[in-house]
Design a protein around this ligand. Structure first.
Ligand code: NAP
Length: 491
C-alpha cells in the first residue's frame, strides 16, 4: 500500500468570512485532517475585512464542520490551527503584517516555508492580490508558493487575457492553480479511467461505433441570492465555458502517452483546438438559449427568473443553454456532442450519455417495433455511478427484447468516505499536482469558443421566458437533436 503523503503548508485564505470558505474550504480541510492527509504541520490564516479574531474564526470553522463531527468529538486540536486577521486587500500595510504572521506561524508549525494562497473572493481582486504578494516578499521563501484561484476567470477572452497577464506578472503558470471544481468530482475523474482502463469501451470510442455523446447538467434551484452575479454571467459563462467544455475535453481526448499533468493537458487542449468554431450567423443552428418562467418544482410553485428580484425585470440573461459541438478530428468526424445546462429544471443531475450505434442488421426489437440503443451513462451527481443499457430477451417472447441495465453505484461502495471535490483539489494543490486544474491555454480556447456565441446573441433580443420551471428546457433544445435524428437520453 502506498504511504499517504502529508503536505506541510501555511494556507492563506483571502475571503475567509465568505460562503465558499465556510461551506467548502473549512469542511475540506477538516476531512483532510481526519483522514490523515494533513498532519499537524499546517496553519490556516483567514483574511477578510470583518473584525473577526482567532476565536471567532475557530468558532466559525467549528460550525462549518458540524455535520462531519461525532457528538463528543473535541475539535479544538483541529481548530487551533486557524488564525484570523482583518485585512483589506488594497492596503499595503495589510501585506506587511501578513508577511510577519506567515513567517512566525511557519516556524511554529514547521511548514518548510510552503505557502498556499487561496483566493476565495471576487475575481476583481485577483490581480491586485497576486502582485501585492510578490511586491511584499510573500513569495520569498525556501518552500513552494502556489496561488489557487476561483472561477470565473474573466468575463470573456479579452478580460481573461488581462487577468492572466496580471497574474503572470507575479506567479508562473506552474504556480497558478485555476479551480474548476467539476474536475475534482469523483466521476469526472473517472471518465479517463472508464475509457482508458476498459478495452470494451475504448475500442468502441470513436465515430464508427458512437452515434452521439450527451452531457447534461441540470439544477432545480433558481438564482437564489446570487442574482446579481448571475445576471452579469448567465449559463454560458457560468457553466459552458468551464465545466461543460472540460467534460467534453475529457470525453473526446486521445489517450495520453502517460498520466503526467502535461500529457493529459496537452490531449485536452487538442480537443478544444479541434472544436469547430460556430460562425456568428449560424449560432441558432447549433445553440439554443433559454430563461425560466414560473412553474412547479417538487410540487411547489416558483416564480420566473425575472420575478426573482426587482433588478431582474426585463433581463435578457440566459439561464439555460443547449448546444451541438462538432469536433473536427479523425476520431470524432460526424459525431455530435450535445451539451445542455440550466436552472430550475425538472431534476438536479449531471450526467453523460454515450449513445452507441446499432449493429448493421439487428433482428431483434421491442414489442413496439422500436430498438433501444446501447447507452453508457456516467452519473456525475447526485448518484455517482455508471450504468450500461443493454438489450436482453424477454422471457417467453420469441425475438422481442427488453432493455436491461448493468449498474454500479459509487456511493454504495464507498459511502460517505467519497472525498469532496474541494477536498481533493486542495490536497492536489498542496502536493503540486495540477492535473485537475485548468491551464491558461484551456481557458483561452474555451473563451474564444463561447465568445462567438455570446456575440451573436448580443445582437438579437431573445423571446424570454421560454421554458417553464420544472421542465427540461425550451422545446428548441429537443429540436436541436431531433433534426439530427436523435433525442436526449434518458427521458
Ligand atoms: P462571498 O460570500 O461574497 O465572500 C467574499 C469574501 O471576500 C468575504 O469573505 C468578504 O469578507 C471578502 N472581501 C470582500 N472584499 C474584500 C476586501 N476589499 N478585502 C478583503 N476581503 C474582502 O463570495 P463566495 O461565494 O465565497 O465566493 C468567493 C469566490 O469563489 C468568488 O470568486 C466566486 O465566484 C467563487 N465561487 C464561489 C462558489 C460558492 O459556492 N460560493 C462556487 C464557485 C466559485 P468581508 O466582507 O468580511 O470583507
Amino acid at each position: 500500500m502506498s504511504e499517504t503523503i502529508q503536505p506541510k503548508a501555511t494556507i492563506v485564505i483571502f475571503g475567509a468570512t465568505g460562503d465558499l470558505a465556510n461551506r467548502k474550504l473549512y469542511p475540506s480541510i477538516y476531512r483532510l485532517y481526519k483522514s490523515g492527509k494533513l498532519d499537524e504541520n499546517f496553519a490556516v490564516i483567514g483574511l477578510a475585512r470583518r473584525g473577526w479574531d482567532n476565536d471567532i474564526i475557530r468558532e466559525n470553522v467549528e460550525k462549518s464542520i458540524q455535520g462531519l463531527v461525532t457528538e463528543d468529538e473535541d475539535v479544538s486540536a483541529f481548530t487551533s490551527h486557524f488564525y484570523y486577521r482583518p485585512f483589506d486587500v488594497t492596503s499595503a500595510d495589510s501585506y506587511n503584517d501578513l508577511k510577519n504572521m506567515v513567517e512566525s506561524l511557519e516556524k511554529d508549525y514547521q511548514t518548510d516555508g510552503n505557502r498556499l494562497f487561496y483566493l476565495a473572493m471576487a475575481p476583481d481582486f485577483f490581480g491586485t492580490i497576486a502582485n501585492e504578494l510578490k511586491n511584499h516578499g510573500l513569495k520569498d521563501t525556501p518552500g513552494w508558493t502556489r496561488l489557487v484561484i476561483e472561477k470565473p476567470f474573466g468575463h470573456d477572452l479579452p478580460s481573461a487575457k488581462k487577468l492572466n497577464k496580471e497574474l503572470q506578472a507575479a506567479f508562473n503558470e506552474d504556480q497558478i492553480y485555476r479551480i474548476d471544481h467539476y474536475l475534482g468530482k469523483e466521476m469526472v475523474q473517472n471518465i479517463e479511467v472508464i475509457r482508458f482502463a476498459n478495452g470494451i469501451f475504448e475500442h468502441l470510442w470513436n465515430n464508427q461505433f458512437i452515434n452521439n455523446i450527451q452531457v447534461t447538467s441540470s439544477e432545480t434551484l433558481g438564482v437564489e441570492e446570487r442574482a446579481h452575479y448571475y445576471d452579469t454571467s448567465g449559463a454560458t459563462r457560468d457553466m459552458i465555458q468551464n465545466h461543460m467544455l472540460q467534460m467534453v475535453a475529457l470525453l473526446a481526448m486521445e489517450p495520453p502517452i502517460n498520466l503526467s499533468t502535461e500529457e493529459i493537458r496537452s490531449e485536452k487542449i487538442k480537443v478544444l483546438r479541434a472544436l469547430r468554431a460556430v460562425k456568428e450567423d449560424k449560432v441558432d443552428e447549433y445553440f439554443v438559449r433559454g430563461q425560466y418562467g414560473a412553474g412547479t418544482i417538487d410540487g411547489k410553485e416558483v416564480v420566473g427568473y425575472q420575478d426573482e428580484v426587482e433588478a431582474l425585470k426585463g433581463s435578457e440573461t440566459e439561464t439555460f443553454v443547449a448546444g451541438k459541438l462538432v469536433i473536427d478530428n479523425y476520431r470524432w468526424a460526424g459525431v455530435p456532442f450535445y451539451i445542455r445546462t440550466g436552472k430550475r429544471m425538472k431534476e438536479k443531475s449531471t450526467k453523460i450519455v454515450v449513445e452507441f450505434k446499432d449493429i448493421p442488421m439487428n433482428l431483434y426489437h421491442r414489442k413496439d417495433a422500436l430498438r433501444n440503443p446501447n447507452l453508457l451513462v456516467i452519473n456525475i451527481q447526485p448518484n455517482e455511478g455508471i450504468t450500461l443499457h443493454l438489450n436482453a430477451k424477454k422471457t417467453g417472447n420469441g425475438n422481442l427484447t427488453e432493455p436491461i441495465q448493468l449498474a454500479y453505484h459509487q456511493d454504495a461502495q464507498s459511502g460517505i468516505n467519497t472525498p469532496e471535490a474541494y477536498e481533493k483539489l486542495l490536497y492536489d494543490s498542496m502536493l503540486g499536482d495540477a492535473t485537475n486544474f485548468t491551464h491558461w491555454d484551456e481557458v483561452a480556447l474555451s473563451w474564444e469558443f463561447v465568445d462567438r456565441i455570446l456575440a451573436s446573441w448580443a445582437h438579437e433580443k431573445p423571446d424570454f421566458p421560454n421554458y417553464e420551471s420544472g421542465s427540461m428546457g425550451p422545446k428548441a433544445a429537443d429540436e436541436l437533436l431531433a433534426k439530427d435524428g436523435f433525442r436526449w437520453w434518458p427521458e
